[in-house]
Design a protein around this ligand. Structure first.
Ligand code: F0G
Length: 456
């Protein structure tokens, strides 16, 4: 059969409020043309993020009722611990309320001012948490990872030569840890190969540097390894995941992605000294060691989500559904990052609207038009997000993209057909897209709260 169907039935539904273009024009004007300011009820198909937007299964909702809310030693914690360790067998596990809390605790303990952390590409909260310690976040993805047209099967790979050179130049003593992000979200949701994780580990071993995995989308990454990397086709996803983590000394995780829940995260590691300090820090900022920032019911839902996310029928459908959107957009000539990533499709707005210069935010203009035209909410990842430098000057970002992130198990194929149709219609009228400007902008993370308008 060539049709890959959703491997689930819908048991509970959440109505979508239909809106007209006139209503949406008013909503987005009131939101100062910033999609983060919209009320979610005014959005038809919300592709702002795949984080915390998964639909939970009947089994997970059943688990929620089983949650034990004891302050210390909850059985829900031990079920969570078993589920995590079955996949990621690190010695110490620290639950947190989401990924960035795990990053904050880890970096507070491990990084000193002036330290450097290499990564294939830091996600923006990871970078911000490294920098908050006065340390430097270095991105060392392979050159193919920066080329939207490259069809390299593992565009998220670390540039091993660049990593070695970086360590030689900056000195091991200034590099307390190295990270690798699977899949590489900021680089288009592109996977990292097992061979590359192994090679990164070998470099880290040579210099005695601990390796941590930013594990948010570990199951999607494992599926790409199974389907693209020689030697893995006959291994189970669970075995592949276990091998990936066997090369690391620890991980940070946002359970809002590949644990199929709406809130949660963790930090795991083998280093006992660090773990003791991280736990102390956890108790100060998140909660006691057996719940972190979470309820017992959240821990139950994560434990079950981890079992469901490595199911191969689920992953086959998940990755096919993202590729489906990318292929149908490309078929009509819409420029996208190639090949399709795991959790999102990235439209190349600079090539979509070449008449808009980067400093007039073609990605923002396109994202606003997708909302006005069809009620779709995506996210600009380009000059509006990255173009402002600390000294207040502006430069074009490497790429101007619009990310359409696909929530897990949430939208149907006909809803995705609608998304494709909306993008095609906007593409047909792309000459009408207009440049934008900021009318108000904070100094940092301006894309979240800034106000926009069209240039005159
Ligand atoms: N690391 C990666 C690779 C991420 O994609 C995210 C979140 C985090 C860490 C932080 O996790 O949100 O639980 O604190 N990414 C979301 C996104 C927000 O939309 O890509 P968090």
């Amino acid at each position: 059969m060539k049709t890959i169907i959703e491997p689930f039935r819908i048991k509970s539904v959440e109505p979508i409020r239909m809106t007209t273009r006139a209503e949406r024009e008013q909503c987005i004007e009131q939101a100062h043309y910033n999609l983060f300011n919209l009320h979610a009820d005014d959005v038809l198909i919300d592709l702002l993020t795949d984080s915390g937007t998964s639909s939970m299964s009947a089994r997970q909702w059943g688990g929620v009722m089983e949650g034990n809310e004891a302050y210390a030693g909850s059985p829900s914690f031990y079920r969570f611990e078993k589920a995590v360790k079955d996949l990621m067998p690190f010695k110490y596990l620290v639950p947190t309320h989401q990924g960035r809390a795990a990053e904050n605790i880890l970096f507070t303990v491990v990084l000193k001012e002036g330290a450097c952390v290499p990564n294939n590409t830091h996600f923006d909260t990871t970078r911000a948490n490294v920098e908050a310690q006065g340390a430097e976040a270095i991105d060392l993805v392979i050159p193919e990872g920066l080329d939207p047209d490259s069809e390299h099967p593992f565009k998220g790979n670390m540039d091993i030569g660049a990593l070695e050179q970086f360590i030689e130049q900056h000195g091991v003593q200034n590099i307390p840890m190295c990270m690798i992000t699977v899949t590489n979200n900021s680089g288009g949701g592109q996977p990292v190969s097992m061979e590359n994780i192994r090679a990164t580990r070998a470099v880290c071993d040579r210099y005695g540097i601990p390796l941590f995995i930013d594990a948010c989308r570990f199951a999607e990454n494992a599926w790409f390894i199974k389907t693209r990397e020689p030697g893995y086709a006959d291994k189970s996803v669970r075995e592949i995941v276990q091998e990936m983590f066997s090369y690391a000394d620890g991980c940070t995780m946002s359970a809002k992605k590949d644990a199929l829940v709406n809130m949660g995260g963790w930090l795991a590691m083998n280093n006992e000294d660090w773990a003791v300090e991280c736990r102390n820090r956890l108790i100060l900022t998140e909660g006691f060691a057996t719940y972190g920032g979470l309820s017992g019911r959240d821990l139950e839902a994560i434990a079950i989500g981890l079992d469901e996310v490595v199911d191969e029928d689920y992953l086959r459908y998940r990755i096919a559904s993202t590729a489906y959107v990318a292929e149908h957009l490309a078929a009509e000539g819409v420029p996208t990052m190639r090949p399709a990533g795991g959790h999102a499709v990235y439209i190349d707005a600079r090539r979509f609207a070449p008449h808009i210069p980067p400093l007039q935010y073609p990605g923002q203009s396109l994202a606003v038009e997708l909302y006005k035209h069809g009620g779709i909410r995506g996210c600009e990842i380009g000059t509006a997000m990255f173009g402002l430098r600390p000294d207040g000057t502006e430069v074009a970002a490497n790429l101007d993209l619009v990310r359409l992130a696909i929530p897990r198990r949430t939208y149907t194929q006909s809803q995705m057909d609608y998304v494709v149709e909306v993008v095609h219609e906007v593409f047909d009228q792309r000459a009408d897209l207009r440049g934008m400007k900021f009318t108000r902008q904070p100094r940092a993370l301006r894309h979240f709260t800034g106000h926009f308008d069209y240039v005159d």
